[in-house]
Design a binder for this molecule. Structure first.
Ligand SMILES: Cc1cc2nc3c(=O)[nH]c(=O)nc-3n(C[C@H](O)[C@H](O)[C@H](O)COP(=O)(O)OP(=O)(O)OC[C@H]3O[C@@H](n4cnc5c(N)ncnc54)[C@H](O)[C@@H]3O)c2cc1C
Length: 426
């Protein structure tokens, strides 16, 4: 979380220094509406976990965290309506207490719900859409300070959920709930590259959510994380090994050398979804802490070939890669979702925190993945030309029209969103 009291306002990774003309933290919804109406341009800061300039602005930066949190669960509708600025950790705890579950979490629960949805943030699981696919309705403060709700079934809905912060200030989101469930998590060490490429579908479909971790190099080996719903009797017992890769003999952290105390419980101990779906526990620093990240989302049909292409540059990647993660997600119909229209595989890189050292590796990854029409994660670092990124979204033109209609003067534009989806001439 950036230090809001300081004028040196930065993102979580510290690689972006925000440069707003003012930082405002309204204490009520009415104050937030008034602030939006009065501002020439405005951008909301969520929990600041994006690695690029998507949250930055040279105008008014707004944080909604001063507003009293609101969580309303409707057992009848199977939904929760909550303040968008809440983190998944806080929202998840309330949902769990009420006996319900969210369908998925990202690797960390520290991130805000609205910020995550805005960027198409995802967890893993062949049948699990990204986090935005749980949205049933989203309530925006519009450029005039008026509230506007877009709900599933509305014409504007598929364009409005993953919005890069360009369609307004999200006040509340309504998310679909599942009945609460228990899970157990297993980790396997040392899965070979051949096993991953030859048996990719079998591995990723082995449980509700799976992840493959590797640090690349000349002969990449993979750690295989399996998050199983306890009631799922298709795999009632853990396999002793996967293609020779044994069950880990203790808890693991995905980043080599980091204390696994920061990770959710493994070794098959049953526990609630909230304490298994994410990799990292809310009370600890997630991931390596000192890092940069990139991620590229491809059609899952291309996954074995894309992994092969990355293995081909494995020696170049290893010195700047702390860890890479491969995850799956179901395709969706949300216009700017990186999983739009195709079942998707995410190829993620936790880099060392040295932009200059990382740049050539990022470029090499983008070149290696060029044949696969990769879509970069909206909240992470990439160097592909924006025109190329735009061309990967068939509904980009429709999104621009929607943005023009709901925000004709570009009040919610910043440099990042203007480059991608048009808006104010900045
Ligand atoms: C350690 C770490 C691990 C990560 N793991 C994952 C992962 O597992 N999967 C994954 O997909 N991503 C992951 N990410 C990336 C992260 O999920 C995204 O960057 C996400 O957008 C972060 O949410 P945030 O609230 O911090 O957003 P911010 O970075 O604060 O903002 C992102 C965008 O959302 C907009 N926004 C935020 N709140 C609002 C609002 N109320 N109204 C309107 N617009 C708003 C901002 O203006 C900005 O455009 C990870 C990041 C880190 C640092």
């Amino acid at each position: 979380m950036p230090d809001r009291a300081s004028t040196d306002l930065r993102n979580w990774a510290g690689n972006i220094r925000f440069s707003p003309s003012s930082f405002e933290q309204p204490a009520t919804l009415d104050e937030a509406r008034a602030a939006v109406a009065a501002a020439p341009r405005v951008r909301v800061l969520g929990s600041g976990h994006s690695f690029n300039t998507i949250a930055d602005t040279d105008a008014v930066m707004l944080s909604l965290t001063g507003i009293e949190p609101d969580v309303r669960i409707s057992a009848l509708d199977g939904t929760v309506t909550a303040s968008g600025w809440l983190t998944y950790a806080r929202l998840g705890a309330a949902v769990h207490r009420a006996g319900f579950a969210l369908h998925n979490l990202a690797s960390l629960p520290h991130i805000s719900v609205a910020g995550s949805i805005a960027t198409g943030t995802h967890g893993s699981g062949d049948a699990n859409g990204n986090l935005a696919t749980a949205v049933a309705a989203i309530e925006f403060i519009g450029p005039d300070g008026e509230l506007r709700t877009v709900a599933r079934g509305d014409e504007d809905f598929p364009g409005s959920v993953v919005h890069l912060g360009a369609l307004g200030v999200v006040h509340t989101v309504t998310l679909d709930l599942l009945a609460g469930f228990e899970m157990r998590q297993y980790v396997y060490d040392g899965l070979t590259y051949e096993a991953v490429v030859d048996h990719f579908d079998e591995l990723t479909s082995a449980a509700y959510s799976t992840s493959l971790f590797t640090a690349w190099g000349a002969e990449p080996a993979f750690q295989f994380w399996v998050k199983q719903r306890t009631a799922d009797q298709s795999h009632p017992f853990p396999k002793a090994n996967w293609y020779g890769a044994p069950l880990a003999d203790g808890p693991r952290h995905p980043v080599p050398g980091v204390d696994p105390a920061a990770c959710t419980v493994q070794q098959g101990q049953t526990g609630p979804w909230l304490e298994r779906l994410a990799h990292f526990r809310p009370e600890f620093t997630p991931s390596a802490g000192d890092e940069l990240q990139s991620e590229y989302l491809i059609d899952r049909a291309d996954a074995p070939a894309a992994i092969e292409a990355l293995a081909g540059i494995g020696r170049l990647l290893a010195p700047v890669t702390q860890i890479s993660e491969i995850r799956t997600m179901a395709g969706d119909d949300l216009w700017l979702s990186p999983a739009y229209g195709r079942d998707t595989v995410g190829l993620h890189f936790t880099w060392v925190s040295d932009v200059e050292a990382v740049r050539p590796a990022m470029l090499a990854v983008e070149t290696a993945l060029a044949p696969f029409a990769a879509r970069p994660h909206w909240g992470k670092l990439f160097s592909m030309p924006i025109g190329e990124v735009r061309s990967r979204y068939p509904r980009m033109g429709d999104f621009e029209k929607l943005r023009e209609r709901v925000d004709p003067e570009g009040k919610f534009a910043n440099h990042f969103s203007t480059a991608v989806v048009g808006g104010a001439a900045l």
